[in-house]
Design a protein around this ligand. Structure first.
Ligand SMILES: [Zn+2]
Length: 369
């Protein structure tokens, strides 16, 4: 087997507002700003934050809680075994033996489609750079103008449209995107996409972030602290993001069987979650997915590749979230789809090795520009 690095592109949707802070208050519009891309000033979720939560959630799903976190705490050291899905995938730290680097690199989650209100209801704004970086080809639009994507007839055909407080004139449609990953974005969103220039995109995003005011509580009195009103900003609900995960399996070994089948978490009718519960169906191996054989050399196969471990961890961000303000109902993110990126940087379509729930092969009936 040769060393063959592979990139997977994930598309995500925020289910709650998401606040990943810069780690310190600064002078400005809000007390607790979120992390931004320096060049475009667009908010993002840093890969390091995602790496931390994905490792933690995957460790719990695979029953290896000691392998979550930094591994430096007494009594909670990484196991470091080559058969451990967590230590193999993310690496491990050991005092004396030194540890090992992981085999995955998780990139930043960047904004692709951003919801803003308009006189015709919510629309999702994007820019040429964002579309191209995510693998959806090159598109143009004049400064101060907007082009409609999709087919929704509610978008006015000739009248100007407001995007938040900003009025823009229309400049026709942009060509339909027929990539399978695009078609995995919910249709209500795809049908209401508005393309504006990169400069306008950044301005619209930054002036339509969710900003909330809260008050710090004094733990002794249970009342509000004096002068403790603070504001924080967040990426709003229903934002579409994308991120790349590179699997560079330099250890070049067949990942290992563990003791048996790992079961998905199961939600009962009281809404309670039960971890590793047979009623949730098999997590790994997934018997419905023929590329994940149940047994290999007569032994049950627990995980097939580091990307399975990433997916398992990422599935829990839909319940447990990422970033701050979790107790205020912030942070949940849903995985929409993941697709390997080809050597030339384009996205495979249809996406191989994906369950067929999104069948990306049929042509869409989009209107012509
Ligand atoms: Zn471990």
């Amino acid at each position: 087997m040769t060393h063959d690095p592979k990139t997977y592109r994930f598309f995500l949707m925020t289910v709650d507002p998401v606040h990943v802070g810069t780690g310190g208050a600064r002078l400005g519009r809000v007390d607790n700003p979120i992390v931004r891309e320096p060049g475009t000033n667009l908010p993002k979720i840093p890969g390091s934050s995602l790496h931390g939560v994905i490792r933690t959630y995957a460790a719990h799903r695979y029953g290896k809680p000691q392998c979550a976190g930094q591994g430096q705490q007494e009594g909670r050291k990484h196991c470091g075994r080559p058969t451990c899905p967590i230590c193999y995938t993310f690496g491990y730290a050991r005092d004396r033996e030194g540890g090992r680097a992981g085999v995955v690199a998780i990139g930043d989650a960047r904004i692709l489609l951003f919801p803003v209100y308009s006189m015709v209801g919510p629309v999702w704004v994007t820019g040429p750079l964002a579309l191209e970086a995510a693998g959806f080809g090159s598109h143009q639009v004049s400064p101060g103008k907007a082009r409609w994507g999709g087919t929704n007839s509610e978008l006015p055909t000739d009248k100007p449209l407001n995007l938040g407080w900003l009025m823009v004139g229309r400049e026709g449609n942009f060509p339909s995107i027929t990539n399978a990953s695009w078609e995995d974005i919910p249709e209500q969103i795809r049908n209401r996409v508005v393309l504006v220039s990169d400069k306008l995109f950044s301005q619209i995003v930054n002036s339509n972030l969710e900003v909330r005011t809260s008050v710090a509580i004094n733990p002794e009195t249970g009342a509000a602290k004096e002068g403790a009103l603070f504001t924080y900003e967040a990426i709003p609900r229903a934002t579409i993001l994308w991120m790349d995960v590179v699997v560079s399996d330099y250890r070049d070994k067949t990942p290992w069987q563990n003791q048996g089948i790992i079961w998905k978490a199961y939600q009962d009718n009281q809404g309670e979650w039960h971890d590793n519960d047979q009623r949730g169906g098999p997590l790994y191996p997934d018997t419905n997915n023929p590329s994940q054989p149940e047994t290999i050399n007569g032994q049950p196969r627990g995980w097939k590749s580091p990307i399975d471990v990433i997916q398992a961890g990422l599935e829990w961000t839909e319940h447990l979230g990422v970033g701050g303000m979790g107790t205020r109902g912030f942070g949940r993110i849903r995985k929409l789809t993941a697709c390997p990126v080809k050597a030339d940087g384009t996205l495979d379509s249809p996406c191989p090795n994906e369950d067929d729930a999104h069948g990306g092969t049929e042509d869409t009936e989009e209107s012509s520009p």
